[in-house]
Design a protein around this ligand. Structure first.
Ligand SMILES: [Zn+2]
Length: 625
């Protein structure tokens, strides 16, 4: 009670001090000291944009967090993933702020939310308290920093939003706590042919160059020639003062023969756009290198807010023999900027594939609407192609390099079923073409797939192969379309040949030899599920219950390690004398730990813990306290 009074007193003092400057934002922690960031807004993270700034807390949790502006708590959210413990403030002036990955809220919020968690008997919770129930003046303590949710180290994730919950760049609010005088870094550039007739260095595909810095400007490590429609992507990042972290680029501009073609400026991002990152970056390169190359051009189906100032979709078109001049500028939130410039000249007649990116070790790859087949240079000049309508046609090679003959097939016209070379018949695995604007249902003997209208970014050439591992009796449903991630999920049904224990068997996706639980519903001998990604799927049976290990058992705190071998933890329920106990779940450390509603009351009586995995296997622990 005493601390509560001090808090009220404090709030009066702070209120008096700050009434004059209430329109600006205050840095939410370590005010007036230099702070460091491990992430900027608009930074590219896997499958989403980073929506705020990540402020370092020196590896510690428990750093006091202050309201950055006066206002009320609009939302309180606790989740085991995502933002973990998060507070959302509304400042009554069209702006909002978000504080995520907290370890604890201020006492009044903490007491309120624990009661709500006990009421609903759930650790994960979202509450929208009535307006002004929790009102804070600028600078008042609202909670403590932490590492909760999907955070990979202690820090505060801080967002500034407008009234529509679109995020704004917090660094445009001139916080003196952040210093950035370092120019952004260019590392690599990739040129890509955008159609079957375009060429880079005489060839087709993706061509990558390292970028070399000389006297504060960047240049290509080699010469480039281009003909036709070309897309450019860059790998670049920004460092802030004194820290090694690679942060995002705010503004990217490209001039083609001194005319501005691209001007992407991430001033504002909308939550319903963030999944479009898969098309903002080059997803083929992301799958190959796990690095985000920013595309300076856009596909038809993927115009974003940041693309609104671009002409010709950022696509470079070259159709004459003259020399062309490119300048690319990258700029951070503090207006530090770097320049890359180079010429292209298409008078090259020899194909030079030394900069070409190889995506797989198969001799077939599909890039957009084109199938590329690479055969030995000594192969005869043509292959035979069997089409769906059982027509066979000779296809001559498109161009020759030192070691190979390259055949390019246009998939827009017709899908090849088999390619017959001198040595073998290659099954292309094409099933069907799916267009974004049309709903399509594919019924195949091994699967069914429903692609609803407008869930795709681009035309998709579905390729499929069923594999059966007779040693492990494992069925794999393999789609070769991992680069064609959709905007919304496909409905997929896998038709199985094997008998499964349907209570314990579910769909898992396979990625780099790891299994990821998806789930699914059984109907007869098939299982239905949804996925945005068409990759390798299999069905696995989990019959092993989760494990429980006691870490700490006292009358004040209960702590357990809970793990599951395959499907993963679904539920954890702890009770004492039949009364539910709140357990916080820290999935990164596989830990659950108790939180009492009445602090003074010791845990006493019959304790029961029940852990359930996603396949429904249960482990129970009982003891007397
Ligand atoms: Zn963050």
């Amino acid at each position: 009670m005493k601390s509560f009074l001090i808090l009220i007193l404090n709030s009066f003092i702070i209120f008096n001090c700050f009434t004059q400057s209430n329109n600006s934002f205050q840095f939410p922690l370590n005010k007036n000291q230099q702070n460091f960031l491990s992430g900027t807004m608009g930074e590219l993270r896997g499958d989403h944009f980073h929506m705020g700034i990540d402020i370092k807390t020196n590896g510690k949790i428990g750093v006091p967090i202050h309201a950055s502006k006066s206002g009320y708590i609009e939302r309180i959210r606790i989740g085991s993933r995502g933002y973990g413990r998060a507070l959302y403030m509304n400042h009554n002036d069209g702006t909002k702020s978000v504080y995520a990955h907290l370890s604890r809220f201020n006492n009044s919020i903490e007491n309120f939310i624990i009661k709500e968690q006990y009421k609903t008997q759930s650790f994960e919770i979202t509450r929208y308290p009535e307006k002004n129930k929790f009102y804070f003046n600028k600078g008042e303590l609202i909670g403590y920093s932490g590492n909760s949710g999907s955070s990979s180290g202690p820090h505060l994730h801080f967002e500034i939003r407008d009234s529509n919950d679109d995020v704004l760049d917090p660094l445009s609010y001139n916080f003196i706590e952040i210093k950035d005088t370092v120019n952004p870094t260019f590392e690599k550039i990739v040129f890509k042919t955008l159609d079957i007739n375009s060429r880079i260095n005489g060839g087709f595909g993706f061509y990558e160059y390292k970028l070399i810095k000389k006297k504060n400007k960047y240049y290509l490590d080699g010469k480039v020639s281009m003909v036709g429609n070309i897309g450019i992507a860059i790998y670049a990042y920004d460092r802030l003062d004194l820290m090694p972290n690679k942060n995002g680029i705010k503004k990217t501009e490209m001039f083609f023969n001194k005319i501005k073609l691209v001007s992407n400026n991430i001033e504002k991002l909308s939550y319903n756009e963030t999944s479009k990152i898969v098309k903002y970056i080059d997803y083929n390169l992301y799958n190959l290198k796990r690095k985000q190359y920013i595309k300076l051009y856009q596909d038809d189906g993927n115009k974003m807010l940041v693309h609104r100032n671009n002409s010709h979709n950022g696509i470079v078109n070259i159709n004459n023999d003259s020399t062309h001049f490119f300048q690319i500028y990258i700029t951070d939130s503090y207006n530090n900027s770097s320049e890359l410039s180079f010429y292209s000249n298409n008078k090259n007649d020899v194909v030079d594939n030394s900069k070409k990116i190889i995506f797989n070790n198969s001799n077939i790859s599909v890039i957009d609407n084109v199938l590329e087949l690479k055969l030995d240079v000594n192969h005869k000049d043509y292959v035979e192609i069997l089409y769906d309508n059982n027509l066979i046609k000779n296809q001559f090679y498109t161009y020759k390099t030192k070691n190979s003959k390259v055949f390019l097939l246009d998939l827009i016209k017709i899908l090849p079923k088999k390619i017959i070379t001198e040595e073998k018949e290659i099954n292309t695995q094409f099933i069907s073409t799916i267009y974004p604007k049309l709903e399509k249902k594919i019924i195949h003997k091994d699967f069914e797939l429903l692609s609803k209208q407008n869930i795709l970014f681009d035309t998709l050439y579905l390729r499929f192969e069923k594999k059966y591992d007779s040693i492990n009796y494992q069925e794999t449903f393999s789609f070769s379309n991992k680069n064609d991630i959709a905007n919304k999920a496909f409905n997929i049904k896998l038709k199985t040949l094997k008998k499964y224990d349907i209570e314990k068997s579910h769909v898992y996706s396979i990625s780099q030899d790891d299994y990821y639980f998806i789930g699914g519903n059984w109907k007869n001998n098939s299982i239905e599920f949804k996925s945005k990604l068409l990759s390798d799927f299999t069905i696995l049976t989990d019959t092993i219950a989760p494990e429980i290990k006691s870490i700490k058992i006292t009358k004040d705190e209960l702590r357990f390690k809970i793990t599951d071998d395959l499907s993963g933890i679904k539920e954890y329920i702890g009770k004492i004398n039949g009364n539910w106990i709140l357990f916080n779940y820290d999935y990164k450390r596989d830990l659950i730990f108790s939180q009492k509603i009445e602090k003074e009351k010791p845990f006493m009586g019959n304790f029961e813990l029940k852990i359930i995995d996603k396949a429904g296997n249960v482990n129970m622990l009982n003891f007397k306290l």
